[in-house]
Structure formats: structure tokens, C-alpha cells
Design a binder for this molecule. Structure first.
Ligand SMILES: C[S@@+](CC[C@H](N)C(=O)[O-])C[C@H]1O[C@@H](n2cnc3c(N)ncnc32)[C@H](O)[C@@H]1O
Length: 430
């Protein structure tokens, strides 16, 4: 059996059945199975995840009792087969069919002939197969064409015009660039660039942040440069948070939703290991991630603690120069990296998020000293979690003033979808 397709299959089962995060499941199965073509595995896994609803739509047209009659193993094998035929030009059609049948014989033996039949029929009919008519139901059409849960399409259409929504949906299916944040504490930019180029990586300056580099090449995170803490993988939108917070040497900074610490460590690097950063998260077990990263990067000014940010710690009232609220959110801005987010069901949790975000922002604002900075950010494109939370906060807290508001978009900025709002507390408290 082809180890690459087997690995992809096992990742997709973990994501579908165990609700695993795609990046973690992929890393896990890569380590166990050691596929000889990791690029192929990644392309197949992310291709199937990104196009899941579109693939299911076509499979549904070809299976007698519809896609709902299929169990997870045969459904995943069919998705993989159709994806290879439709999108992977390097895979001959016969190989996509034969290898899918081999997988079916191993993981759902009685369905091997169904897999064979459906894939052969797909090859024969693919030119005639059509998406549902746009005019009849635009939400359904967009949901299937771009493969997003219908409620996400509907929500975006409620807030934005159709052209914007279609570009946003399409950009969420693009492969994001590999961007790294160079660690000023450990390396100078020209030296890191030279080091990367000598090892065969292609390097380009980032477009938004001075310390951002776009890198092309394989196994970057296995390199000694990574282990030595010369850089951290991070999207430029996240790097921009530390830049906009603009911490000064010697500041007291509170990062109240800090794990796994991507922004905490970016802030620490800017502060050149001076001052004090209190990085808290409600989940104690996640604090270890921040501590490990700080150690890798040679950072010594971070203290971690578990704290529920909806509660006020009276010992810190008006003490902080800067407070960062990088709030828990729906994550709709990072679907390029975590395509499984596109299929989340609309839930009560989604409905409760803006309330929770406002509670965290309100409690955390009390730590900002007069004249200090409060920054609210999310990795989502949803006005209810972004602008509306900030506006509700500002209405109730006249001592804060909005200084800058940014909505970064994959189709415009090439970054993840990201919201940043910088607020200042007045010198004399109202
Ligand atoms: C968007 S993530 C933060 C990412 C982080 N700032 C970074 O850059 O790596 C949101 C974090 O908020 C935490 N969180 C959720 N509810 C919280 C609460 N009530 N108090 C504090 N942290 C909370 C989650 O555990 C999660 O780690």
C-alpha cells in the first residue's frame, strides 16, 4: 500500500472522527508513518479538507443512496480519490482509482467495489457534472462551490456585499505563505537570511513588518536554526499586534489570553528582555507552551499564571502600561491554516462568544494605567466579535478612546483574516 495515501487517510480519519486539529493530526501521523513524499501527503490532506463540501456534493450525485449512506472510511477514501482526479494533475486517473481501491480493501473491505465504481463513474461524467444553480439558492451555491458551512456564508452575506464575500471565501482556500518572525535577541536579519539561503531556502522580506520573512523550502522547523530560537513561525497579522501594542523597554505588559504565547514572545522580543510581561490564560496546562517557547527564544521577562480573564485581579488595577486582549474567537480568519473551522456547526458557543469577549475586554481594561494602551484583537472576520464588541466596550467606558482599527484580509493583505483595535486610556480617569 502507498504509505503517502495511507498517511493522508489516517490524518483525515483523525480530523473527521476524533475532531483533531488538522495540523496536529498531520504532524502526528507523519511522525508515525514516515511517508516518503510529505509534500504529497500535505497537499492531499489539505486539498480534501478545503474542498470537503464540494467533493461530497459530487459524490452524492454518484452514490445510489446518497453521501449520507456512506460510513467514514469509504467516504474519506472517495473524497481522496475524487480530489486526486479533479485537482492533482500529477496523479494519473488510473492510479487514483487503483490506490483508492487498495485503501478500501484495507479499511472497509466490503466497499472496495463501490469505491471502484464511483470513481470510474466520476471520471466518465466529470465534464457534465454541475454545481447547483446559483439563481435558485445563492447561499447553497457559494457554500458548495467554496466549501464552507452555509451559516458562515449567510453571516458574511449579512454584513458584506457579494463581491467581498466571494473573494473572502476564495482566499480562505489559498495556501498561506510560510512566514517567520526573526528573533532580534538571537540573530541579525542579514545573518538569518544568509543562513536560510545557504540551506536552500528562498527568502523574501515580509510586506507588513520589519521582522517578518517569507520563506519557501521544506522542513524549516526541523532545522537547527529553529531549535536555536532564531525565529518563530507566525503570520504577519499576529506580528502586527506586537507592533501596534508598541511596548517600550521597562514596561509592565499584561497579556490576558496568552497561550500558546505567539504574541507574548513577540512582545518580549520588542522589549529586548526588559520590563515585565504577565502572560495569563484560563487553561493552566497551556502555560507550559508559553514557557517552552520563551526558553527556546532566550526570553527572560515573561511570568505565566492561570487566570480567568473575565475576573478582575484587584492587585493589578491601573498598574499596566499596556494590556493585550487577544480574545478567544470563532477563528474564521485562519481557515487557510485550519480548514476544519469551515465546517463547524453553528452553536450556542458561537452565540455566546461576543459576550465573553466583551467581559474579558471590560475586566482587563481595569489594569490599564492612565495614559496606557489597551489592544483588542481576534483572528476572525465577524463584525459581531470585532467592531461590535469594541463599540459596546467604548460606550460603557468613556475613559478609553479608539486610536486605530484594522481589519486585515487574506484577499487584500495576503495575511490571515485578523482584527486589531488600539485604544488609549485618558490621563485623567473619568
Ligand atoms: C486566540 S487564543 C490566544 C493566542 C495567543 N495570544 C497567541 O498569540 O499565541 C485565545 C486564548 O484565550 C484563552 N482563553 C479562553 N477563555 C479565556 C478566559 N476566560 N480567560 C483567559 N484566557 C482564556 C484560550 O485558552 C486561548 O489560549
Amino acid at each position: 500500500m502507498d504509505i503517502n495515501r495511507k498517511t493522508a487517510y489516517l490524518v483525515l480519519v483523525d480530523v473527521e472522527s476524533k475532531k483533531a486539529y488538522s495540523n496536529l493530526a498531520l504532524n502526528h501521523q507523519m511522525v508515525i508513518n514516515k511517508p516518503n513524499a510529505p509534500g504529497f501527503v500535505r497537499e492531499l490532506v489539505y486539498g480534501v479538507l478545503e474542498n470537503k463540501l464540494t467533493l461530497d456534493y459530487y459524490i452524492d450525485l454518484l452514490v445510489k443512496d446518497g453521501v449520507k449512506s456512506l460510513k467514514t472510511p469509504e467516504l474519506i477514501i472517495l473524497r481522496m480519490g475524487v480530489y486526486q482526479i479533479a485537482h492533482m494533475g500529477s496523479v494519473p486517473e488510473y492510479a487514483a482509482v487503483n490506490e483508492s481501491v487498495v485503501l478500501a480493501k484495507r479499511y472497509c473491505h466490503s466497499k472496495a467495489s463501490l469505491v471502484n465504481g464511483v470513481l470510474r463513474e466520476y471520471i466518465n461524467k466529470k465534464i457534465q457534472l454541475r454545481l447547483p444553480a446559483r439563481g435558485e439558492d445563492e447561499v447553497r451555491y457559494l457554500s458548495i462551490k467554496y466549501s464552507y458551512a452555509p451559516w458562515i456564508v449567510e453571516m458574511w452575506l449579512d454584513h458584506y456585499d457579494i463581491d467581498f464575500v466571494e473573494k473572502l471565501l476564495a482566499a480562505g482556500n489559498e495556501t498561506p505563505p510560510m512566514t517567520i518572525r526573526l528573533n532580534w535577541l538571537r540573530v541579525m536579519k542579514p545573518d538569518l537570511i544568509k543562513n536560510l539561503q545557504e540551506r536552500g531556502f528562498t527568502v523574501e522580506q515580509g510586506s507588513l513588518c520589519q521582522n517578518a520573512l517569507h520563506v519557501k523550502g521544506n522542513n524549516l522547523l526541523d532545522s537547527d536554526m529553529y531549535k536555536l530560537g532564531l525565529f518563530t513561525p507566525q503570520d504577519e497579522s499576529s506580528m502586527l499586534v506586537a507592533e501596534k501594542l508598541n511596548p517600550k523597554q521597562g514596561d509592565l505588559v499584561l497579556d490576558v489570553c496568552a497561550a500558546p504565547g505567539g504574541k507574548t514572545t513577540a512582545i518580549a522580543e520588542r522589549m529586548n528582555n526588559t520590563g515585565r510581561i504577565i502572560a495569563s490564560d484560563v487553561y493552566k496546562r497551556k502555560l507550559e507552551l508559553i514557557e517552552k517557547e520563551a526558553e527556546r527564544l532566550g526570553i527572560r521577562n515573561i511570568e505565566t499564571r492561570s487566570w480567568d480573564a473575565t475576573r478582575v485581579d484587584s492587585s493589578l488595577l491601573q498598574k499596566a502600561d499596556r494590556v493585550l486582549v487577544d480574545a478567544p474567537c470563532s477563528g474564521l480568519g485562519v481557515v487557510r491554516r485550519k480548514p476544519e473551522i469551515k465546517y463547524k456547526e453553528y452553536s450556542m458557543e458561537m452565540e455566546r462568544l461576543p459576550k465573553k469577549q466583551l467581559a474579558i475586554l471590560s475586566a482587563s481594561s481595569s489594569y490599564v494605567k492612565p495614559g496606557g494602551t489597551l489592544l483588542y484583537s481576534t483572528c476572525t472576520v465577524n463584525p459581531e466579535e470585532n467592531e461590535e464588541v469594541v463599540e459596546a466596550f467604548l460606550r460603557k467606558n468613556p475613559s478609553f478612546e479608539k486610536k486605530e482599527k484594522l481589519l486585515l484580509l487574506p484577499q487584500v493583505d495576503g495575511t490571515d483574516g485578523f482584527f486589531i483595535c488600539v485604544m488609549k486610556r485618558s490621563e485623567s480617569l473619568i
